[in-house]
Design a protein around this ligand. Structure first.
Ligand SMILES: Cc1ncc(COP(=O)(O)O)c(C=O)c1O
Length: 420
């Protein structure tokens, strides 16, 4: 069976329900020229582009339903609340949580980890251990270092193997009865390494530790099933999942969230308030003080609805084929070093050009309309470990094409010739 798509007057035939050209039509931003070249957006690990349906949902909310949620008995407030709470159901299904009480709205991954570090710290004392990994983003390093300063907890780091993935044997040696929290990333934003988090979670549970997974890079690239993973908490940002900036999700097992104290105080998170004492709301509102980002959350719901239309495995396979092609082509260029060479990656691919600064390469690519990220990728300790001053990172999403990957390689070859 063939699927037919029309793109700018051209008929495109595809033998899969997945057609990248059809997907691209939903992302108007991609159709523009940069420096007289068609834009090729390969900075998806930093933030993804947004489908029209998501932008329309935000506009519709502001133009038709705008009101505060949970508070009013008037029509607009009821409509806004229904749309807003409907997204909790959407997210619950998307990550396979048990119920909507386990879905807490945040500003993003950074806020999710800070929230957890803050409330979990109430149960920690000096000498308790928290394990993170050498592959972490600063968002999963600094909040724990702040607890080292304030509480005297001990931070332990899972080191890298020579292949630049996590050394699980060393991890097992770090685990002990003193380990209270293990907080690791699902996918490394800098190198694209997919961590064996199911194994990491299982081992942590054997010593009674709770596990936080930083899913910032994973939700847009993998099928995430929090029940199957058995993680205690899973955090991610909407903007890496075709959603607006400033919204994110903290998933937590219900009984664990119920046992935790609230984080910020204010409206929404209380049941009763008197000058003597306040009592707190039930989940999920206990962790949601103040007016939330209503439009952003409604937008996130529309973005998730948009990608759920496609077969997720088709999207994953497409991205994998782009990564495989690009890595192979990069490895044929003698001046290039690929990080985590040959390892199973998702989303991102990092490389260095012998003798050249990553920012110069990124600027020269931008001159040809190609957007990539260069630098430390908010992972300075990892860059120190890799003994490099940064990398050039290309990161793909569902709307990138093979032509774009080829054009990126051609553009890079031109730059390398010019720099010779
Ligand atoms: C792995 C990882 N963790 C955390 C973050 C922080 O996400 P945000 O800035 O959306 O809070 C990022 C962002 O790049 C990331 O890639």
């Amino acid at each position: 069976m063939f699927f037919v798509t029309e793109l700018k007057g051209e008929i495109i035939l595809s033998n899969s329900s997945f057609c990248v050209y059809q997907i691209r039509q939903h992302f108007p931003i991609l159709d523009q020229m940069i420096n007289e070249h068609p834009l090729i957006y390969l900075d998806n690990a930093a933030t993804t582009q947004k489908p029209q349906a998501m932008v329309d949902a935000i506009a519709a909310y502001y133009l038709r339903d705008n009101a505060n949620v949970h508070r009013g008995s008037h029509h607009l407030s009821l409509r806004a609340t229904a749309a807003f709470e409907g997204v909790r159901e959407t997210v619950k299904t998307f990550i396979n949580a048990k119920n909507t009480k386990e879905i807490i709205w945040t500003k993003g991954t950074t806020e999710g980890i800070n929230l957890l570090a803050n409330v979990l710290s109430k149960g920690l004392k000096a000498g308790d251990e928290v394990i993170i990994s050498a592959l972490e983003h600063h968002a999963n390093i600094v909040p724990w270092q702040m607890l080292v300063e304030s509480l005297g907890i001990v931070l332990k780091i899972i080191p890298l193997t020579l292949q630049q993935d996590l050394d699980l044997k060393s991890y097992q040696k770090l685990l002990s009865a003193k380990t209270k929290i293990v907080s690791v990333t699902h996918i490394s934003n800098a190198l694209g390494v997919i961590n064996p988090i199911k194994e990491i979670i299982k081992l942590a549970h054997q010593v009674g530790a709770q596990v936080i997974i930083d899913g910032a890079q994973a939700v847009g690239h993998l099928i995430v099933d929090v029940k199957d993973l058995d993680c205690d908490y899973y955090v991610f940002s909407g903007h890496k999942l075709f959603s607006p900036t400033g919204v994110g999700v903290l998933y937590g097992k219900q009984h664990l969230l119920e046992a935790l104290p609230p984080w910020q105080g204010g409206g929404e998170m209380i049941k009763t308030v008197s000058f003597e004492k306040s009592t707190f709301n039930q989940l999920p509102f206990k962790f949601e003080a103040g007016t939330p980002n209503i439009a952003g959350i409604i937008g996130m719901g529309a973005a998730i609805d948009f990608i759920r239309v496609f077969n997720r495995q088709d999207l994953i396979d497409h991205e994998q084929s782009l990564l495989t092609f690009t890595e192979k082509a990069l490895l044929e260029l003698p001046a290039i070093t690929v990080f985590y060479e040959g390892g199973v990656k998702s989303g991102a691919l990092s490389f260095a050009v012998k003798g050249e600064h990553p920012s110069d390469i990124a600027m020269l690519l931008d001159a040809q309309g190609i957007a990539v990220r260069s630098g430390m990728h908010c992972a300075m300790p990892l860059m120190a470990e890799l003994n490099c001053k940064g990398t050039v990172r290309v990161s793909f999403s569902i709307y990138n094409t093979h032509e774009e990957a080829e054009r990126f390689i051609e553009a890079l070859k031109k730059i390398l010739e010019m720099l010779e």
